[in-house]
Design a binder for this molecule. Structure first.
Ligand SMILES: Nc1ncnc2c1ncn2[C@@H]1O[C@H](COP(=O)(O)OP(=O)(O)O)[C@@H](O)[C@H]1O
Ligand SMILES: [Mg+2]
Length: 361
Protein backbone atom coordinates (compact mmCIF):
# COMPACT_ATOMS: atom_id res chain seq x y z
CA UNK A 1 0.00 0.00 0.00
CA UNK A 2 1.02 3.60 -0.64
CA UNK A 3 2.13 5.48 2.49
CA UNK A 4 -0.04 8.16 4.08
CA UNK A 5 1.85 11.35 3.27
CA UNK A 6 2.45 13.76 6.11
CA UNK A 7 4.68 16.42 4.58
CA UNK A 8 8.11 16.95 3.13
CA UNK A 9 11.59 17.63 4.29
CA UNK A 10 14.60 19.22 2.62
CA UNK A 11 18.10 18.36 3.66
CA UNK A 12 21.41 19.26 2.07
CA UNK A 13 22.14 15.57 1.61
CA UNK A 14 18.86 14.18 0.28
CA UNK A 15 17.37 17.36 -1.08
CA UNK A 16 13.59 17.28 -1.23
CA UNK A 17 12.11 14.29 0.49
CA UNK A 18 8.50 13.32 1.06
CA UNK A 19 7.70 12.07 4.52
CA UNK A 20 5.08 9.40 4.78
CA UNK A 21 3.74 6.84 7.17
CA UNK A 22 4.23 3.36 5.72
CA UNK A 23 1.38 0.93 6.08
CA UNK A 24 3.41 -1.26 8.41
CA UNK A 25 3.46 1.65 10.85
CA UNK A 26 -0.23 2.47 10.61
CA UNK A 27 -1.24 -0.08 13.18
CA UNK A 28 1.52 0.88 15.56
CA UNK A 29 -0.22 4.18 16.04
CA UNK A 30 0.70 7.83 16.00
CA UNK A 31 0.74 10.71 18.48
CA UNK A 32 1.13 14.40 17.68
CA UNK A 33 2.26 16.87 20.35
CA UNK A 34 2.19 20.65 20.23
CA UNK A 35 0.66 23.66 21.88
CA UNK A 36 -2.35 25.51 20.43
CA UNK A 37 -1.86 27.00 16.99
CA UNK A 38 1.15 24.92 16.00
CA UNK A 39 -0.57 22.92 13.27
CA UNK A 40 -1.70 19.65 14.85
CA UNK A 41 -5.23 19.77 13.52
CA UNK A 42 -4.03 20.82 10.09
CA UNK A 43 -1.83 17.76 10.00
CA UNK A 44 -4.70 15.54 11.11
CA UNK A 45 -6.86 17.05 8.42
CA UNK A 46 -4.35 16.16 5.70
CA UNK A 47 -4.01 12.69 7.16
CA UNK A 48 -7.77 12.10 7.23
CA UNK A 49 -8.29 13.41 3.72
CA UNK A 50 -5.86 10.80 2.48
CA UNK A 51 -7.48 8.03 4.46
CA UNK A 52 -10.82 9.05 2.97
CA UNK A 53 -9.40 9.16 -0.55
CA UNK A 54 -7.94 5.70 -0.13
CA UNK A 55 -11.45 4.52 0.65
CA UNK A 56 -10.91 3.49 4.27
CA UNK A 57 -13.20 4.10 7.20
CA UNK A 58 -12.34 6.15 10.25
CA UNK A 59 -13.73 7.74 13.35
CA UNK A 60 -12.69 11.27 14.21
CA UNK A 61 -13.46 12.77 17.60
CA UNK A 62 -13.15 16.54 17.72
CA UNK A 63 -13.75 18.25 21.07
CA UNK A 64 -13.32 21.74 19.57
CA UNK A 65 -15.38 21.37 16.42
CA UNK A 66 -13.24 23.51 14.13
CA UNK A 67 -11.28 20.67 12.57
CA UNK A 68 -14.31 18.56 11.79
CA UNK A 69 -16.07 21.60 10.29
CA UNK A 70 -13.11 22.14 7.96
CA UNK A 71 -12.74 18.49 7.13
CA UNK A 72 -16.31 18.01 6.02
CA UNK A 73 -15.93 20.72 3.37
CA UNK A 74 -12.86 18.95 1.98
CA UNK A 75 -13.76 15.29 1.91
CA UNK A 76 -14.11 13.93 -1.62
CA UNK A 77 -17.60 13.76 -3.15
CA UNK A 78 -17.49 10.02 -3.53
CA UNK A 79 -17.25 9.59 0.25
CA UNK A 80 -20.13 11.90 1.17
CA UNK A 81 -22.59 9.03 1.48
CA UNK A 82 -20.27 7.32 3.94
CA UNK A 83 -20.36 10.10 6.49
CA UNK A 84 -21.99 9.45 9.84
CA UNK A 85 -22.23 12.76 11.71
CA UNK A 86 -22.56 12.60 15.47
CA UNK A 87 -23.17 15.83 17.34
CA UNK A 88 -24.53 15.35 20.85
CA UNK A 89 -26.61 18.20 22.14
CA UNK A 90 -26.93 19.87 18.75
CA UNK A 91 -30.11 21.69 17.85
CA UNK A 92 -29.43 21.57 14.12
CA UNK A 93 -28.89 17.86 13.85
CA UNK A 94 -31.05 15.25 15.38
CA UNK A 95 -28.26 12.73 15.27
CA UNK A 96 -27.03 12.12 18.76
CA UNK A 97 -24.72 9.45 19.96
CA UNK A 98 -27.26 7.24 21.59
CA UNK A 99 -25.41 5.28 24.17
CA UNK A 100 -27.18 2.83 26.34
CA UNK A 101 -24.71 2.04 29.03
CA UNK A 102 -26.71 -0.94 30.11
CA UNK A 103 -26.87 -2.64 26.72
CA UNK A 104 -24.27 -5.39 26.33
CA UNK A 105 -24.85 -5.58 22.56
CA UNK A 106 -24.76 -8.78 20.56
CA UNK A 107 -22.54 -11.43 22.08
CA UNK A 108 -22.21 -15.05 21.08
CA UNK A 109 -20.86 -16.91 24.06
CA UNK A 110 -21.47 -16.67 27.79
CA UNK A 111 -17.82 -15.76 28.27
CA UNK A 112 -18.11 -12.89 25.80
CA UNK A 113 -21.28 -11.75 27.51
CA UNK A 114 -19.65 -11.79 30.96
CA UNK A 115 -16.70 -9.84 29.65
CA UNK A 116 -19.03 -7.26 28.14
CA UNK A 117 -20.97 -6.92 31.40
CA UNK A 118 -17.79 -6.33 33.38
CA UNK A 119 -16.53 -3.77 30.90
CA UNK A 120 -19.82 -1.86 31.09
CA UNK A 121 -19.60 -1.97 34.86
CA UNK A 122 -16.11 -0.48 34.60
CA UNK A 123 -17.39 2.30 32.36
CA UNK A 124 -20.24 3.12 34.64
CA UNK A 125 -18.04 3.05 37.70
CA UNK A 126 -15.67 5.54 36.12
CA UNK A 127 -18.52 7.82 35.07
CA UNK A 128 -20.12 7.87 38.49
CA UNK A 129 -16.87 8.22 40.39
CA UNK A 130 -16.13 11.55 38.74
CA UNK A 131 -17.22 14.68 40.50
CA UNK A 132 -18.74 14.49 43.96
CA UNK A 133 -18.01 12.08 46.75
CA UNK A 134 -18.54 8.53 45.72
CA UNK A 135 -18.04 5.89 48.38
CA UNK A 136 -17.68 2.10 48.31
CA UNK A 137 -21.20 1.57 49.57
CA UNK A 138 -22.69 3.73 46.81
CA UNK A 139 -20.58 1.86 44.33
CA UNK A 140 -21.77 -1.48 45.69
CA UNK A 141 -25.40 -0.51 45.27
CA UNK A 142 -25.01 0.87 41.75
CA UNK A 143 -22.82 -1.89 40.43
CA UNK A 144 -25.10 -4.64 41.66
CA UNK A 145 -28.22 -3.04 40.26
CA UNK A 146 -26.35 -2.39 37.01
CA UNK A 147 -25.15 -5.98 36.78
CA UNK A 148 -28.71 -7.20 37.20
CA UNK A 149 -30.06 -4.71 34.65
CA UNK A 150 -27.44 -5.56 32.05
CA UNK A 151 -27.94 -9.28 32.52
CA UNK A 152 -31.73 -9.05 32.38
CA UNK A 153 -33.66 -10.07 29.29
CA UNK A 154 -35.39 -6.68 29.47
CA UNK A 155 -33.71 -3.55 28.14
CA UNK A 156 -32.94 -1.15 30.96
CA UNK A 157 -31.29 2.26 30.79
CA UNK A 158 -29.66 4.55 33.32
CA UNK A 159 -32.96 6.39 33.59
CA UNK A 160 -34.64 3.15 34.65
CA UNK A 161 -31.96 2.73 37.27
CA UNK A 162 -32.94 6.07 38.69
CA UNK A 163 -36.60 5.10 38.94
CA UNK A 164 -35.85 1.65 40.31
CA UNK A 165 -33.80 3.17 43.10
CA UNK A 166 -36.24 6.02 43.74
CA UNK A 167 -38.40 4.26 46.34
CA UNK A 168 -38.77 1.09 48.39
CA UNK A 169 -41.61 -0.24 46.34
CA UNK A 170 -39.85 -0.06 42.99
CA UNK A 171 -36.71 -1.53 44.50
CA UNK A 172 -38.78 -4.46 45.76
CA UNK A 173 -40.44 -4.83 42.36
CA UNK A 174 -37.04 -4.92 40.73
CA UNK A 175 -35.82 -7.58 43.17
CA UNK A 176 -38.84 -9.63 42.07
CA UNK A 177 -37.99 -9.23 38.40
CA UNK A 178 -34.49 -10.42 39.17
CA UNK A 179 -35.84 -13.42 40.99
CA UNK A 180 -38.38 -14.26 38.27
CA UNK A 181 -35.70 -14.17 35.61
CA UNK A 182 -33.73 -16.66 37.64
CA UNK A 183 -30.74 -14.38 38.22
CA UNK A 184 -29.93 -16.11 41.48
CA UNK A 185 -26.41 -14.78 41.55
CA UNK A 186 -27.68 -11.30 42.18
CA UNK A 187 -31.04 -11.78 43.83
CA UNK A 188 -29.66 -11.64 47.33
CA UNK A 189 -28.11 -8.23 46.67
CA UNK A 190 -31.13 -6.73 45.02
CA UNK A 191 -33.29 -7.83 47.95
CA UNK A 192 -30.81 -6.31 50.36
CA UNK A 193 -30.85 -3.08 48.38
CA UNK A 194 -34.65 -3.12 48.39
CA UNK A 195 -34.58 -3.22 52.17
CA UNK A 196 -32.16 -0.30 52.59
CA UNK A 197 -33.50 2.97 53.92
CA UNK A 198 -33.59 6.23 52.00
CA UNK A 199 -30.51 7.57 53.75
CA UNK A 200 -28.38 4.90 52.20
CA UNK A 201 -29.87 5.21 48.73
CA UNK A 202 -30.08 9.01 48.53
CA UNK A 203 -26.46 9.76 47.66
CA UNK A 204 -26.60 7.27 44.79
CA UNK A 205 -29.85 8.75 43.54
CA UNK A 206 -28.45 12.24 43.61
CA UNK A 207 -25.47 11.20 41.55
CA UNK A 208 -27.57 9.45 38.90
CA UNK A 209 -29.96 12.38 38.96
CA UNK A 210 -27.22 14.60 37.52
CA UNK A 211 -27.26 12.39 34.46
CA UNK A 212 -30.95 11.84 34.17
CA UNK A 213 -32.21 15.38 34.69
CA UNK A 214 -29.86 17.19 32.37
CA UNK A 215 -31.60 17.05 28.98
CA UNK A 216 -28.36 16.65 27.05
CA UNK A 217 -26.86 13.87 29.10
CA UNK A 218 -30.22 12.18 29.31
CA UNK A 219 -30.42 12.27 25.53
CA UNK A 220 -27.07 10.54 25.40
CA UNK A 221 -27.37 7.85 28.01
CA UNK A 222 -31.04 7.03 28.01
CA UNK A 223 -31.54 5.35 24.66
CA UNK A 224 -32.92 1.88 25.00
CA UNK A 225 -31.36 1.07 21.64
CA UNK A 226 -28.42 3.17 20.54
CA UNK A 227 -29.54 5.40 17.66
CA UNK A 228 -26.38 4.84 15.67
CA UNK A 229 -24.97 1.40 15.18
CA UNK A 230 -21.28 2.13 15.50
CA UNK A 231 -20.37 -1.48 15.01
CA UNK A 232 -21.97 -1.60 11.55
CA UNK A 233 -20.47 1.76 10.65
CA UNK A 234 -16.98 0.49 11.46
CA UNK A 235 -17.34 -2.72 9.48
CA UNK A 236 -18.87 -0.87 6.53
CA UNK A 237 -15.86 1.47 6.43
CA UNK A 238 -17.86 4.60 7.19
CA UNK A 239 -16.48 7.98 8.17
CA UNK A 240 -17.75 8.64 11.66
CA UNK A 241 -17.36 12.31 12.53
CA UNK A 242 -17.96 13.22 16.16
CA UNK A 243 -18.37 16.91 16.90
CA UNK A 244 -18.04 16.53 20.64
CA UNK A 245 -18.23 20.11 21.83
CA UNK A 246 -20.56 19.71 24.80
CA UNK A 247 -19.98 22.15 27.60
CA UNK A 248 -19.64 19.55 30.32
CA UNK A 249 -16.23 17.96 30.39
CA UNK A 250 -17.66 14.93 32.10
CA UNK A 251 -20.17 14.31 29.34
CA UNK A 252 -17.57 14.94 26.65
CA UNK A 253 -15.45 12.23 28.18
CA UNK A 254 -18.35 9.85 28.45
CA UNK A 255 -19.30 10.37 24.80
CA UNK A 256 -15.73 9.86 23.60
CA UNK A 257 -15.20 6.84 25.79
CA UNK A 258 -18.57 5.38 24.86
CA UNK A 259 -17.88 5.70 21.15
CA UNK A 260 -14.32 4.42 21.35
CA UNK A 261 -15.41 1.50 23.49
CA UNK A 262 -17.88 0.46 20.81
CA UNK A 263 -15.37 0.90 18.02
CA UNK A 264 -12.95 -1.20 19.99
CA UNK A 265 -15.53 -3.91 20.72
CA UNK A 266 -16.07 -4.20 16.95
CA UNK A 267 -12.36 -4.41 16.18
CA UNK A 268 -11.89 -7.01 18.91
CA UNK A 269 -14.44 -9.26 17.21
CA UNK A 270 -12.27 -9.32 14.11
CA UNK A 271 -10.30 -12.17 15.71
CA UNK A 272 -12.85 -14.46 14.13
CA UNK A 273 -12.58 -12.85 10.73
CA UNK A 274 -10.22 -13.97 7.96
CA UNK A 275 -7.13 -11.80 8.07
CA UNK A 276 -7.61 -10.69 4.47
CA UNK A 277 -11.11 -9.43 5.27
CA UNK A 278 -9.94 -7.03 7.95
CA UNK A 279 -10.03 -3.63 6.30
CA UNK A 280 -7.84 -0.93 7.85
CA UNK A 281 -9.82 1.33 10.16
CA UNK A 282 -8.50 4.53 11.74
CA UNK A 283 -9.41 6.21 15.00
CA UNK A 284 -8.29 9.81 15.29
CA UNK A 285 -8.71 11.91 18.41
CA UNK A 286 -7.90 15.62 18.37
CA UNK A 287 -7.35 17.39 21.71
CA UNK A 288 -6.92 14.05 23.38
CA UNK A 289 -6.05 15.80 26.68
CA UNK A 290 -9.66 16.86 26.76
CA UNK A 291 -11.29 13.49 26.26
CA UNK A 292 -8.76 11.11 27.76
CA UNK A 293 -10.00 8.98 30.56
CA UNK A 294 -8.38 6.08 32.31
CA UNK A 295 -11.50 4.29 31.39
CA UNK A 296 -10.90 4.10 27.67
CA UNK A 297 -8.85 0.88 28.09
CA UNK A 298 -6.33 2.51 25.81
CA UNK A 299 -3.64 -0.07 26.46
CA UNK A 300 -5.76 -2.98 25.31
CA UNK A 301 -6.91 -0.99 22.34
CA UNK A 302 -3.41 0.03 21.30
CA UNK A 303 -1.63 -3.24 21.92
CA UNK A 304 -4.17 -5.46 20.22
CA UNK A 305 -5.20 -3.07 17.46
CA UNK A 306 -2.51 -4.36 15.15
CA UNK A 307 -4.13 -7.72 14.55
CA UNK A 308 -7.53 -6.03 14.24
CA UNK A 309 -6.07 -3.56 11.69
CA UNK A 310 -7.03 -0.49 13.66
CA UNK A 311 -4.77 2.52 13.72
CA UNK A 312 -5.07 5.04 16.54
CA UNK A 313 -3.88 8.64 16.25
CA UNK A 314 -4.00 11.06 19.17
CA UNK A 315 -3.17 14.77 19.47
CA UNK A 316 -1.93 16.13 22.77
CA UNK A 317 -1.14 19.62 24.01
CA UNK A 318 0.16 18.88 27.47
CA UNK A 319 1.46 15.38 28.09
CA UNK A 320 2.64 16.51 31.54
CA UNK A 321 -0.92 17.43 32.48
CA UNK A 322 -2.19 14.11 31.25
CA UNK A 323 0.37 12.52 33.52
CA UNK A 324 -1.30 14.32 36.45
CA UNK A 325 -4.88 13.25 35.86
CA UNK A 326 -4.53 10.07 33.84
CA UNK A 327 -1.07 8.65 34.53
CA UNK A 328 -1.91 5.19 33.20
CA UNK A 329 -3.21 6.59 29.94
CA UNK A 330 0.01 8.50 29.31
CA UNK A 331 2.08 5.44 30.13
CA UNK A 332 0.00 3.32 27.77
CA UNK A 333 0.31 5.91 25.07
CA UNK A 334 4.08 6.17 25.45
CA UNK A 335 4.42 2.42 25.60
CA UNK A 336 2.31 1.50 22.59
CA UNK A 337 2.68 4.31 20.08
CA UNK A 338 5.54 3.94 17.65
CA UNK A 339 5.34 7.12 15.60
CA UNK A 340 5.50 10.40 17.48
CA UNK A 341 5.56 13.94 16.13
CA UNK A 342 6.19 17.04 18.09
CA UNK A 343 5.52 20.62 17.16
CA UNK A 344 6.59 23.22 19.72
CA UNK A 345 5.19 22.82 23.23
CA UNK A 346 4.76 25.53 25.85
CA UNK A 347 5.81 23.96 29.13
CA UNK A 348 9.37 22.89 29.77
CA UNK A 349 8.01 19.82 31.53
CA UNK A 350 6.20 18.77 28.34
CA UNK A 351 9.38 19.18 26.33
CA UNK A 352 11.28 17.09 28.86
CA UNK A 353 8.71 14.31 28.77
CA UNK A 354 8.61 14.18 25.00
CA UNK A 355 12.39 14.42 24.65
CA UNK A 356 12.80 11.54 27.06
CA UNK A 357 10.36 9.43 25.07
CA UNK A 358 12.17 10.24 21.83
CA UNK A 359 15.42 9.34 23.55
CA UNK A 360 14.08 5.91 24.53
CA UNK A 361 13.89 5.05 20.87
N1 LIG B 1 2.26 23.63 7.75
C1 LIG B 1 1.66 24.82 7.89
N2 LIG B 1 2.06 25.87 7.19
C2 LIG B 1 1.48 27.07 7.34
N3 LIG B 1 0.45 27.32 8.17
C3 LIG B 1 -0.01 26.32 8.90
C4 LIG B 1 0.56 25.00 8.81
N4 LIG B 1 -0.09 24.19 9.68
C5 LIG B 1 -1.01 24.97 10.26
N5 LIG B 1 -0.99 26.21 9.81
C6 LIG B 1 -1.86 27.32 10.25
O1 LIG B 1 -1.68 27.53 11.65
C7 LIG B 1 -2.91 27.79 12.30
C8 LIG B 1 -3.12 26.81 13.45
O2 LIG B 1 -3.18 25.48 12.96
P1 LIG B 1 -3.96 24.32 13.68
O3 LIG B 1 -3.76 23.11 12.86
O4 LIG B 1 -5.36 24.72 13.96
O5 LIG B 1 -3.15 24.22 15.04
P2 LIG B 1 -3.45 23.34 16.35
O6 LIG B 1 -4.43 22.28 16.00
O7 LIG B 1 -2.11 22.79 16.73
O8 LIG B 1 -3.98 24.28 17.38
C9 LIG B 1 -3.98 27.67 11.23
O9 LIG B 1 -4.34 28.97 10.82
C10 LIG B 1 -3.31 26.92 10.12
O10 LIG B 1 -3.84 27.29 8.87
MG1 LIG C 1 -6.32 21.95 16.88
Amino acid sequence: REPLWLGYDTTPLDGFREVGLEDLSWFQHMTVFGTTGKGKSTMLNIFMNQIARKGYGFVFIDPKGDTVDDLITQLPDHRMDDIVWIEPGSEDFEQVAGINFLDPGATETQKEFDREVESIIDDLRAVLRGGEYWGPKMEGITMNIARAMISSRRQFTLVDMYYVLADNESRMKFANVVSQEGMDFIHEYTTKIAEMDEEEIDPVLRRIQDWVEDPISRGIVAHRKGTINISDAVEEGKIILVRNTLRSEEIRKVVSTGIMRRVWATIRKREKMEEADREPFFAIMDEFDDIASENMSLDKMLSKARSGKMSVTTCLQNPSQLREFAPQTLKQLFGNVNTMFSFGVKEAEDARLIAKRFDDD
